[in-house]
Design a binder for this molecule. Structure first.
Ligand code: ATP
Ligand code: MG
Length: 726
């Protein structure tokens, strides 16, 4: 089975790569094989395609395949790209290294981690595991208890991870973004130290550690740096806008010897800042690599002109962007269409009917996708599609390995490769009758010190009430220690765990057993347990959501985040209601801009048909129905860019909404209408997030440019930015 990085196999080539299939700037990017290169371009301009051709071209030029490193956002993306590169070369057989930053980090750290004091059998933990450790530590450090208002494990992991991904110290992060928790700063810093120690002592690494330790290998250890940098002569990165500072440093250090590094990205599509991604990495690239060549691609090959006009206009309103202009030669008759359903049900009905129409006109289901901001926005639609017998696959939801029963089973397998992992021991021991947290902690402390867990358990001085449980566990581990085949190991674990599953999850164990059956078939594809265990956290399979068997043609329902880089003939973007997109909690500032880019990513996935839909009524958290309008990102678009459909799907007009020439001034919950005239240049205003500022430019339409002392010039939307006049 594949590892969490891939080495594509290719053989000697007879056909040469046809570079005529590239436009001039794409061609230049492909043949500029030496030195740093930045390709910055809008959606659908062929960035990914250019990378594919470049891999093929490098191979054709005689570059050793295992000297090429291709870093992508998902492993699937690099698999596809390398497959396509292989096609261009007529299946030549070579070994290009491709994968995600985390996958490559894992591979390198298993080989070179000893330079940092790590064994090669460390276990990678996911977010839920990290939260589990934090909870254990909170208890042992005495930070829990009714009288203590200590933050939850979720918030704590956000803080610890945020500090790493944004490369800022914990106390600065708390000061900036969690000031209400400032009284706990000392305890949080102490917790961070213990968390680090716990991971190190138990052979665990979280996602952030993979990146941090990769960087440390390059930064702190000259021997490892020389060896690793010599492995690759050409480095390429797709979706560079979604890298964080550590990843940018890794790229710099990896390329320090030759500087043959090409990154491609689109700052307007940066949608992962909540994970610390920083699109300034793109802007910084020419400063880090002094002689960097910059290539812009301006022709869009994906979308029709009416779609492109609309998507260009979405991003035109962005506060900050690298100026790009895109054109397309693909004409199109149909403008993007907007439909407002009376409620979510009517919205879903519209989408499902339109899909039926498209299919009636001969469009294949696999050319259609429905995108939404959050997984639960599509429930009504899923019901509609089920009842009309339309096959679909849902992407971007829960990972298969995130649920408790899956974690239980994986814990046994993890321990087979890394027996000092106390987190997994704790999980397993707590399932034993009459074993509580204190006993579990004692046993796992002994287990993580000594050699064979089976033997240690057999000799453990047990209490009467729980001796039998420990004996059973000892037998399991003794038999596991004699076995290395993943499928057989799984069977051993399953024989032990099945009765527990039925006992612990009495109400719904049949459903959970189905998940475990899926896991069983996944394990069977591996011949190395370490690879399987790595993949359960690095590239976890998604829960099989949908209603179709594997072979049938089906459409895609996906979160926008999971649709990055992809394209379909017809795309529906649902849930574009005010208060839902952007989410009601987002008012302005960075997050507001990120939501705008999210809409841009969604709309730019469409080739021929784009449908934007919203419900005119939403249910509030307290189960009241509330009328709502369209997303402000749509209402600020120029007139004439989309057609509005009425309830029967008939075109009503072809314009955007007229908006009053006044703004709403929010004042402690009261709203006062303020005329635009009050905001002349130089007027002092106050914003709840950016603080005090001065109107920089008289409002144009419904946006005003304000110059803030600490944040520079921001373009604010009059209806939504809670501005007040000082
Ligand atoms: P995104 O920003 O969404 O990731 P991208 O810039 O990576 O987009 P690609 O996915 O590489 O764009 O290309 C978009 C579409 O345009 C693909 O179908 C691709 O095959 C096609 N395309 C790109 N360049 C050309 C070209 N020179 N000739 C023909 N088709 C092209
Ligand atoms: Mg792309």
């Amino acid at each position: 089975m594949e590892k969490n990085y891939i080495q594509a196999s290719c053989t000697s080539n007879e056909n040469s790569v046809n570079l005529n299939e590239l436009n001039p700037p794409q061609y230049e990017a492909v043949v500029s094989t030496e030195g740093p290169l930045l390709v910055i371009a809008g959606a659908g301009s062929g960035k990914t395609r250019t990378l594919v051709y470049r891999v093929a071209y490098l191979l054709e030029q005689g570059v050793q395949p295992d000297k090429i490193l291709l870093l992508t956002f998902t492993r699937k993306a690099s698999q596809e790209m390398l497959w396509r590169a292989g096609q261009l070369l007529n299946e030549s057989c070579r070994r290009v290294v491709g994968g995600t930053f985390h996958g490559i980090a894992n591979m390198l750290l298993r080989k070179y981690g000893h330079h940092l004091g790590f064994g090669s059998s460390f276990t990678i933990i996911d977010r839920a595991d990290a939260e589990g450790i934090i909870n254990l530590l909170k208890a042992s450090l005495g930070l829990t208890g009714k009288d203590k208002q200590f933050p939850t494990k979720r918030v704590l992991v956000n803080i610890l991870s945020g500090s790493i991904n944004k490369s800022i110290a914990i106390d600065d992060l708390i000061f900036e973004s969690y000031s209400h928790l400032s009284e706990h700063t000392k305890d949080i810093i102490n917790l961070q130290r213990h968390y680090k120690e716990f991971k190190f002592n138990n052979g665990l690494m979280d996602y952030d550690d993979l990146l941090v330790n990769w960087k440390r290998l390059l930064d702190e250890n000259p021997e490892a740096r020389t060896e690793i940098a010599a492995r690759y002569s050409h480095i390429m990165v797709d979706e560079y806008q979604d890298t964080n500072l550590i990843q940018a440093d890794i790229v710099r250090l990896m390329a320090h010897r030759h500087e043959n590094v090409m990154v491609v990205g689109d700052d307007s599509q940066s949608i992962y800042s909540f994970r610390g991604a920083d699109f300034y990495n793109i802007m910084r690239f020419p400063r880090v690599f002094k002689d960097a060549k910059i290539i812009k691609l301006e022709e869009n090959y994906r979308s029709t002109q009416p779609i492109l006009s609309l998507t260009n206009d979405i991003i035109r309103n962005a506060a900050e962007k690298y100026a790009k202009k895109l054109f397309t030669q693909i004409e199109g008759k149909q403008k993007p269409r907007l439909f407002g359903g009376r409620d979510e049900k009517e919205e879903a009905l519209f989408v499902s009917r339109t899909i039926a129409d498209l299919r009636g006109k001969g469009m294949g289901l696999d050319n259609i996708a429905v995108l939404f901001r959050s997984g639960f926005y599509s429930y009504k639609l899923e019901m509609e599609l089920n009842s009309s017998g339309v096959n679909f696959e849902k992407r971007g939801g829960l990972k298969l390995t995130e649920s408790a029963h899956m974690k239980d089973v994986i814990a046994f397998l993890r321990l087979r490769v890394n027996p000092i992992d106390r987190l997994s021991w704790n999980r397993i021991l707590l399932h034993l009758d009459k074993v509580g947290p204190v006993t579990a902690r004692k046993i796992s402390a002994v287990l993580s010190e000594a050699g064979s867990p089976g033997e240690v358990l057999a000799k453990y001085p047990c209490g009467k009430a729980w001796a039998q449980g420990v004996e059973g566990l000892s037998q399991l581990f003794l038999s596991m220690e004699r076995e290395s085949r993943p499928a057989v190991l799984y069977e051993l674990v399953w024989a032990y765990y099945q009765p527990l599953l039925e006992k612990i999850y009495r109400d719904d164990f049949p459903k959970r057993q189905k998940d475990l059956d899926q896991l069983k078939s996944i394990v069977a594809g591996y011949d190395n347990l370490q690879d399987f265990v790595d993949d359960t956290t690095l590239d976890p399979p998604e829960s099989a959501k949908g209603n179709s068997s594997d072979e049938s043609e089906r459409m895609i329902l996906s979160t926008i985040h999971s649709s990055k880089g992809l394209e379909w003939d017809a795309v529906f973007v649902m849930g574009l209601a005010d208060g839902r997109f952007p989410h009601g909690s987002v008012r302005d500032g960075e997050q507001w801009e990120e939501e705008r880019r999210l809409l841009y990513v969604a709309a730019t996935r469409a080739r021929k048909y784009l449908y934007l839909t919203y419900p005119r009524e939403l249910m509030t958290p307290d189960r009241q129905f509330k009328k709502t309008g369209i997303s402000p990102f749509l209402s600020e678009l120029r007139t004439g860019l989309f057609e509005r459909l009425d309830r029967d799907g008939v075109r009503e007009n072809s314009g955007s909404y007229s908006t009053p020439d006044t703004m709403i001034l929010h004042e402690k919950g009261k709203k006062r209408k303020l005329s635009v005239e009050e905001l002349n240049k130089g007027v002092r205003v106050k914003h709840p997030f950016f603080g005090e500022g001065v109107v920089h430019e008289k409002p144009k339409g419904r946006s005003v440019d304000v110059s803030f002392q600490r944040h520079g010039i921001k373009t604010l939307h009059l209806d939504y930015a809670k501005l007040s006049i000082v």
